[in-house]
Design a protein around this ligand. Structure first.
Ligand SMILES: Cc1ncc(COP(=O)(O)O)c(C=O)c1O
Length: 387
């Protein structure tokens, strides 16, 4: 063959690296185009099968490896990645709900999930109804013939009620309704969603799995092949691709997930116990504490706790004063999300979410990071002084 021009040689190189390289990290495969050996194998390609590659959107060795590891942590069989936790929630809704269907969501659900439900109601002919997260088996009374999906979140990620998932799942199963669990808080470590009867486990990998406050990603894990295939169709139609570098970061995070989670748990309980002694705080909403609605369910079903919990200030402290308390914190960042190494504090308005919170004082949610808990307590102590 004639010698190729520089322009071509810049695009196409004959160099092939020596084989036999091995190392611990999963290789990062960047790809939109996936190359086929010949046209016949291209024609034979099926994007739904995970034993072959068709297009970057449907998977590379990097994303397949992450999916397999996440499914194994939850005790599931299939996993689909999405570009954020919220995208994973949307992927489930759009796979399973159509005009005329009904979805049940807990009143304390992650707010954008609530907003998505409302949007499906106003613009897409689906009804979204909200239930008391402590409803338990009485969810049976809310299920209608057109109810197709029940969302659960354990615990609610702001108000922290722990739902009786076993009772909700059993009641829904009896009426042939699917249950999706947002298991982001327990991360498949403190609770495995399928063990309590969920059909679909969703996780925001943005939190503990990535652990670095630097990645947005979500996962939908199932056991049933047909259910996975329905959600996979939604994954494909919505173009839910994730970047290889982000997938790599989550894979790297998974190796230390249990150790980090346990450290967040221990530090969270220590800080929460200290906050419980403070006269400014009336309620510590931490599932491992008796104040928390659903604490008994947590004791029965969970093997640990995340580092995310909330407290309610005495109603005599106005919002302006509790805002000043949060502003005075030095070690706690002010910002959304959680599960990272840095501690965070966020004040929330409880009014308007659930009726019983109409008179509640300000709620402040804490993400306890991996700083030493004694330093965090010292910081909280100096911030209480400004109250
Ligand atoms: C309980 C819960 N679910 C889902 C999400 C969504 O995750 P993401 O931020 O990756 O969209 C969040 C994020 O804050 C969350 O707290």
């Amino acid at each position: 063959m004639t010698k190729k021009s520089l322009q071509t040689r810049l695009v196409r190189s004959d160099y092939v690296p020596p084989s036999g390289f091995d190392a611990f990290p999963t290789p990062i495969h960047h790809a939109s185009t996936v190359l086929f050996k010949d046209v016949a194998s291209m024609r034979a390609g099926d994007w739904k099968r995970k034993d072959a590659y068709t297009y970057g959107l449907h998977g590379t060795p990097t994303t397949f490896t992450l999916e397999a590891r996440l499914a194994a942590i939850e005790g599931g069989a299939h996993c689909l990645l999405a570009p954020s936790g919220l995208a994973a929630i949307a992927m489930v809704d759009l796979a399973l709900l159509k005009s005329g269907d009904d979805v049940l969501l807990p009143e304390n659900v992650y707010n954008p999930n609530r907003d998505l439900g409302r949007w499906l109601s106003t613009d897409f002919g689906v009804t979204a109804r909200f239930y008391d997260p402590l409803v338990g088996g009485a969810i049976a009374d809310l299920i209608q013939p057109n109810t197709k999906l029940v969302w659960t979140e354990a615990p609610g990620s702001v108000s922290m009620e722990v739902p009786d998932l076993r009772a909700i799942c059993a009641a829904a199963k009896e009426q042939g309704v699917l249950v999706a669990l947002d298991n982001t808080w327990a991360a498949g470590i403190a609770l495995r969603g399928f063990d309590v009867g969920a059909d679909i486990v969703m996780q925001a990998l943005t939190k503990y799995q990535s652990g670095g406050s630097d990645v947005l990603m979500g996962a939908v894990i199932t056991r049933d092949q047909a259910l996975n295939d329905r959600i996979a169709a939604s994954h494909m139609r919505l173009g839910m691709g994730v970047g290889a570098d982000d997938a790599y970061l989550v894979l790297r995070g998974l190796e230390t997930l249990k150790l980090r989670f346990d450290a967040h748990d221990a530090a969270g309980r220590k800080v929460a116990a200290w906050l419980k002694t403070r006269p400014e705080i009336v309620t510590v909403l931490h599932p491992a504490f008796e104040d928390c609605p659903g604490h008994d369910v947590w004791k029965r079903d969970f093997s640990g706790a995340a580092g995310l919990f909330s407290v309610i200030f005495d109603a005599r402290y106005t919002q302006e004063r509790t805002d000043r308390f949060v502003d005075a914190l030095i070690m706690f960042g002010i910002g959304y999300s959680w599960g990272g190494t840095h501690s965070l504090a966020v004040p929330y308005r409880m009014q308007g979410m659930r009726r019983e919170w109409a008179d509640a004082g300000t709620l402040v949610r804490f993400n306890i990071g991996l700083e030493h808990p004694d330093d965090l307590i010292a910081d909280l102590e100096q911030a209480f002084a400004v109250l």
